[in-house]
Design a protein around this ligand. Structure first.
Ligand SMILES: Cc1cc2nc3c(=O)[nH]c(=O)nc-3n(C[C@H](O)[C@H](O)[C@H](O)COP(=O)(O)O)c2cc1C
Ligand SMILES: Nc1ncnc2c1ncn2[C@@H]1O[C@H](COP(=O)(O)OP(=O)(O)OP(=O)(O)O)[C@@H](O)[C@H]1O
Length: 305
């Protein structure tokens, strides 16, 4: 897969998907399936942004996927080329007709464009999917609009899924994503208190732009060296033992005794267990964590998750 940071003129007539695609959820998946089935022999291309347009408007959104993870999803769908463009003041000023005529027709020379029902584009988001398709058809190009993909009557969207994750509603978020929400990161040294209490934890250093589930304890799967382990993950500030202002994600991996410092691991969130609490002493915390572990073992050890 080629990644371009600039829009150069091309001679072939590619099939192009337009959007940001944070989360690569069920709606995005449907859009990519249609792109694949309609592209015929054409190259499959994604036109997207490196930074979400919201960032330029000062909204500090956290994302379901990091940029690299988003690119990995495109790769999985055998996309040939990605235009990974910086959404800056200059791009924001491009008017809807200029976007169609200059970028889609003249530079990319599209044969087909696939967008979702609520796609907007151009200065002040004045263009929508109907307008885009009508204009493209006038230029003799194909255009497909994907009808809203819903889960149990609710339209799936990146915003909705981000909010579900931040509310700890991981189960529903995962159903709308079509996979388990995950945080990938490098294992760094903690205070080694967990080990002393009898439950060592892997402290994960992760991308600061990643959305984090609400504070609490979760059932998770942790992937270390391509092996998947059942685990419990605490998200929060460890109020019993510390006064840190930085949110921590730390995982106690069941049946894992080895050292993992410096390794990249993936923690997949499966379900919320309980809120994080401030205990009166370490003994109380230890006793609660033992109960959490027993609960997870009873629920999940025999079932495959
Ligand atoms: C399953 C699990 C549940 C946890 N629950 C809490 C909690 O409710 N309150 C809290 O203050 N810390 C909680 N912690 C965090 C512990 O305080 C922390 O893991 C321990 O202090 C070790 O930290 P260290 O690795 O930095 O030494 C939990 C950790 C795990 C693994
Ligand atoms: N549920 C859905 N059904 C069909 N198409 C969708 C759905 N969600 C998004 N799309 C389409 O996928 C493309 C990328 O969308 P985008 O990145 O804006 O995701 P989104 O889920 O709509 O995000 P947001 O919550 O920020 O609106 C757009 O063309 C959009 O219309």
């Amino acid at each position: 897969m080629n990644i371009y940071q600039m829009i150069l003129t091309r001679n072939d007539a590619p099939a192009v998907a337009l959007g940001f695609f944070d989360g690569f959820h069920m709606g995005h998946k449907k859009l990519f399936e249609v792109l694949t089935s309609s592209a015929n022999q054409c190259k499959k291309v994604v036109f997207t942004f490196k930074n979400h347009p919201d960032k330029l408007l000062g909204v500090d959104t956290k994302y379901i996927l990091t940029n690299n993870e988003r690119l990995e999803f495109f790769e999985k769908y055998e996309i040939d080329d990605v235009y990974f463009i910086e959404f800056n003041n200059e791009f924001m000023q491009i008017d809807k007709d200029k976007f169609i005529e200059d970028i889609l027709i003249r530079k990319l020379n599209v044969s087909l464009v696939v967008v979702g029902y609520d796609f907007t584009f151009g200065y002040k988001a004045e263009g929508n999917s109907e307008y885009l398709c009508e204009k493209l058809k006038n230029f003799g190009r194909r255009c497909v609009i994907i009808e809203p993909v819903k889960y149990q009557g609710q339209v799936v969207s990146s915003t909705l899924i981000r909010n579900l994750i931040m509310d700890g509603n991981i189960k529903l978020a995962n159903l709308m994503l079509g996979y388990n929400f995950f945080i990938k990161g490098i294992v760094k040294k903690g205070n080694r208190l967990g080990r002393k209490m009898g439950f060592p934890t892997l402290n994960i250093e992760f991308d600061k732009n990643k959305v984090v589930p609400k504070n609490g304890v979760y059932v998770t799967n942790t992937i270390i060296d391509n092996k998947r382990y059942l685990s419990l993950t605490n998200v929060g500030f460890n109020p019993t033992v510390s006064k840190t202002q930085n949110i921590k994600v730390e995982t106690h991996v069941l049946d894992f005794e080895k050292e993992a410092y410096g390794k990249e691991i993936t923690v997949e969130f499966v379900d919320f267990i309980r809120d994080e609490k401030k205990f009166v002493n370490l003994q109380e915390l230890k006793s609660q964590i033992n109960k959490d572990i027993e609960y997870v073992k009873a629920l999940f050890c025999k079932a495959s998750i």
